[in-house]
Ligand binder design. Structure first.
Ligand code: SF4
Length: 468
């Protein structure tokens, strides 16, 4: 029997198939963690160490990391001694094992005497999530044999500094049912299905699952259809997007009870897949009476360290990048960027999704700047992703730029291109001063804006060729 951990329970609450793959999948099917994910992990650990350094009289069981029974015995001894805080205690209960970030001593009777413990998890987010709650319930269940009773609450130390309470009882039966299913899966009694869901982006089995969906032409590949809806489609004989493409939106809606707007979108996306061509959804007039900027920023933590853009007007085309060789230059490059924008009386600035918009607001408040440049960002900053999505159904599962641009033939120079990775590279640049890393970042950022330009060009060409 494979050991069940709080992390596996939390992941299984989103997707039981991940547990199936943990039990029976070939470990080689797992993808490697990306640099950005590793950086996030490292930051999480640093944050955790910073927080626990504030705790008085913190102890940690000393064990070899392999002999769980020994680690568990040592943890129980520390609990019997009544230490106020235990970091990374080792818990074991039959097939369950786990290491809650903290065990906090509180008043109350237990098998230990006139004190007891509750589990606390340290998280880098603002609000307690379902995943956090399930992790706490699993830790509480593992504490039961030591305490003689299950803790009634746990806590999540959020990045706001608040330790939010979580009631254990509320989720206990759900977690118990989930564990039963996990045991059935491990025993080969329960089958699972791989269906796209909110957990896929972070899941290390994602490449394997994507290959499966492509092989099966699975309906969950349709943009907007995932999780429960895809399972419902499957049960109703619409397992493949090919089944959806041949029906009308009304038929889809009648059969699946999906709202008409979602049914129209499902059929359009299925037809786009069937023909491997965009399907028009709205007004496709494209602006050409003013300069267009394609704009992308790079950030390091809360700092913006690079503004990259391409300006196009008629036959004029210029690529510009304003980079901070040190985060302290954020204000300087923001002003340089605004001065550059100010050359035009009117302009349209495209960004991809809302990331830039958020930082534009922050940078304006922090550093002010050229009002003529600012006005373009405040009145004419357009989310190109939403623009494309509203007007075209593409044969894609996601409208992230990393999906849309390759569909139109554009590819990034760096294989590991991604916002999080660029942050990891910038960290490396700050630590080493290696100019080749800075060049890699500039190339990656330029690729992002060229990708936006290429999408715009491809759609213009496609509209012209289609005689609209
Ligand atoms: S990639 Fe998605 S469907 Fe596949 S195991 Fe992971 S979470 Fe489940």
């Amino acid at each position: 029997m494979r050991a069940i951990t709080p992390t596996a329970i939390a992941s299984s609450s989103k997707c039981l198939h991940s547990w199936y793959l943990d039990c029976f999948g070939n470990p080689q099917w797992k993808r490697q963690r990306e640099e950005g994910e590793l950086l996030e992990q490292q930051r999480g650990l640093e944050y955790e160490r910073k927080l626990i350094s504030q705790l008085p009289a913190l102890v940690e069981p000393s064990w070899d990391g392999r002999d769980w029974q020994d680690g568990h015995d040592r943890t129980r001894s520390l609990m019997q001694e009544g230490h106020p805080w235990i970091y990374q205690g080792v818990l074991l209960n039959g097939h369950f094992r786990g290491k809650p970030d903290l065990l906090k001593k509180i008043d109350g009777s237990s098998k230990l005497g006139m004190h007891t413990y509750i589990p606390i998890e340290i998280k880098g987010h603002k609000q307690i999530s379902l995943r956090d709650r399930y992790q706490l319930v699993s830790c509480a269940m593992m504490l039961e044999p030591i305490l003689g009773t299950i803790p009634t609450k746990g806590g999540v130390w959020l990045n706001t500094g608040v330790v939010a309470d979580a009631e254990i009882e509320k989720d206990r039966s759900i977690v118990a049912r989930l564990i039963e299913k996990m045991q059935d899966i491990n025993a080969g009694k329960l089958k699972t299905e791989s269906v796209r869901c909110g957990g896929c982006r972070r899941c290390l089995w994602s490449t394997h699952c994507e290959n499966e969906w492509n092989r099966l032409e699975h309906a969950c590949l349709l943009y907007g259809i995932s999780g429960e809806t895809a399972r419902r489609f499957s049960r109703l004989g619409l397992a493949s997007w090919r089944d959806v493409a041949v029906l009308t939106p009304q038929e889809i809606s009648d059969r699946t009870r999906l709202k008409m707007k979602a049914s129209i979108s499902a059929v359009q996306h299925a037809q786009a897949r069937q023909t491997d061509r965009p399907v028009i959804r709205g007004d496709i007039r494209l602006t050409d009476d003013m300069p267009i900027y394609f704009y992308d920023i790079e950030t390091y933590g809360k700092d913006v360290y690079l503004h990259g853009l391409i300006r196009i007007f008629g036959n004029d085309r210029e690529e510009r990048q304003f980079i901070a060789r040190d985060p302290s230059e954020e204000k300087k490059i923001w002003h340089q960027f605004l001065d550059y924008l100010a050359q035009d009386e009117k302009a349209l600035v495209y960004c991809w999704a809302d990331y830039e918009r958020t930082f534009v607001k922050i940078l304006k408040e922090k550093h002010g700047g050229n009002p003529k440049g600012l006005i373009h960002l405040e009145t004419n900053l357009v989310d190109q992703c939403a623009w494309v999505k509203d007007r075209f159904a593409l044969p894609l599962t996601s409208y992230s730029i990393k999906s849309v641009a390759p569909y139109f033939g554009f590819h990034w120079h760096a294989e590991d291109a991604g916002g999080l990775n660029s942050e990891a590279w910038y960290k490396e640049w700050l630590e080493t001063g290696d100019e080749s890393i800075l060049e890699k970042i500039l190339r990656y950022n330029l690729d992002d804006v060229v990708a936006m330009e290429e999408i715009d060009l491809a759609l213009r060409k496609w509209v012209a060729d289609s005689h609209f």
